[in-house]
Design a binder for this molecule. Sequence first.
Ligand SMILES: [Zn+2]
Length: 574
Amino acid sequence: MSYYVEPEYEQYAKAIFGNTPEMIEFFSKILDYPFPWDKYAQVVVRDYVSGAMENTTATIFYEHLQVNNRYLIDDNHDGIIAHELFHHWFGDLVTTESWANLPLNEAFATYAEYLWNEYKYGNGDADAWWSEELSQYLSEAETKREPLIRYYYLDKEDMFDSHSYAKGGLTLHMLRKLVGDEAFFTALSLYLKKHQYQTAEIHHLRMAFEEVTGEDWNWFFNQWFLSAGHPELTVTDTFANGEVILKVVQNQNLTYSPLYRLPLYVDIWTNGKKARHYIVITQKEQEFRFKTNQQPDLVFFDGETQLVGEVNHERSIEEYIFQYKYSDKYLARIEALVRLSDQINENEQVRETIFLALNDEYWQIRQEAARAFEKYSGEKDTPKYINKLKEIVLKDKKSLVRAVAINALAALDNQSSEIYLQTVNDSSYAVAVNSMYAYANTGGANVQDVIEKFEKEENFLIVRTIAEFYSAFNTENKIEWYLEKMNKRAGGELLYLLDYFANYLTNQEADVQTKGANLLANKAKNDPNPTTRVSAYLALKRLDKVKGLKEILQEIRSAEKDKEALNYYDMIKE
Ligand SMILES: [Zn+2]
């Protein structure tokens, strides 16, 4: 087991990669298949084309994995580490037979992120991952709907999309919910053992599930792996004569997508108790009836929240409040909270529910509740909310909750700024950054002194914040600071800094502008990346007090050899 990083990150390598041995143990156990290779190395490189690559026994990662312990308070890289590791079974041990079957590699590696989250951090983190992946897929599906297994694609790169990854991972999760954990992991193990050191296609996976469960799974694989699209459902529920009538309509365009067969649960809550019903949707329009002795508190569709698709099921404010308070599922509760937060100003009962959520066991729910209070513009009970938010910014054990609570507190109380002098020293970068903004926005004294203390930090969140402050406040004598930070960076981070630097320079006198112009001209001519050269050129162009600027710009344009950059210069010529 080895980790390769640049010398200055050696001291953090174990903090970054240190969960790897436990991941290997966990994955080996659930797959009933020990790690198949005799060593595992993880190597960080510069300027890599993507996030990572699962070269057998020597995974490569891009440089953004190199972070310090302070960064790791807010976030970690377990997801990508678990993903590449899982490829050592799904991808390296059993390899997709053809590019068309790429989800046999990527869907599994993506799902490994869920599995690790669930095992290590609990179902809140795993389910938060689930809903993030679903949004990713649904947003891609607005412009692209392909079968997961695709024999027709224009470019090999087209397969690296939120179908192969996100939808693939979510589809495996649905399959797991359908067959149960024992059958699911036994089938994966069987698939690995049958096809080890060989290639496989999607039907081999189906047959492994069929062998383990004794059931036919063509219907599932056909609609989810071999067809495009997803269910778009409208669900309504009504209560009459001792019956809940649930109506489900499949609205997806049947020319491109299948009519789905969807086995799932409907939870009917009465008197605070849940009764679970199993249904199988098979028709375009279908009605289900459930005997209930009274009007239910809530009818909750897809009780396990596992369906990959869009479900439009309207509920009242009261039903959402009930859903937040009574559901035992993270996804149901966060859905309710997000819906309710739009009503924080209008409805006191809603506001009190969100206030309650500031104490929730799940940190993502506390964070969402704090975010909702940022939108509160009323007068009523403000001191109570302010006190609670103050307690959170100082004491919540999750840094990302403290960070969001700072924004909410600053929005509710724009008078007192002292507390941010305390929180700006929080161990978390996210908290420190939000504290800087909050301190400035609430009129704190000597903002510049507070900011300057962070000048030596290399964390990009901090650097970007300082760059923005110095340009907004026209802080004197900061040109050297910008130069130093820009010289250490490349790619997207550098583009941000170039932009702030140009903002900064436009408000400076001729001598400072000229000094900055030299640096920008140098970048515009010599940076190896054409995008950076063009950005430096555009930044330079904005400086109005530099003598001979026209000639300098002309010189840069004539020295340029990159075709796209030249086209761009032609396009923007006045
Ligand atoms: Zn992958």
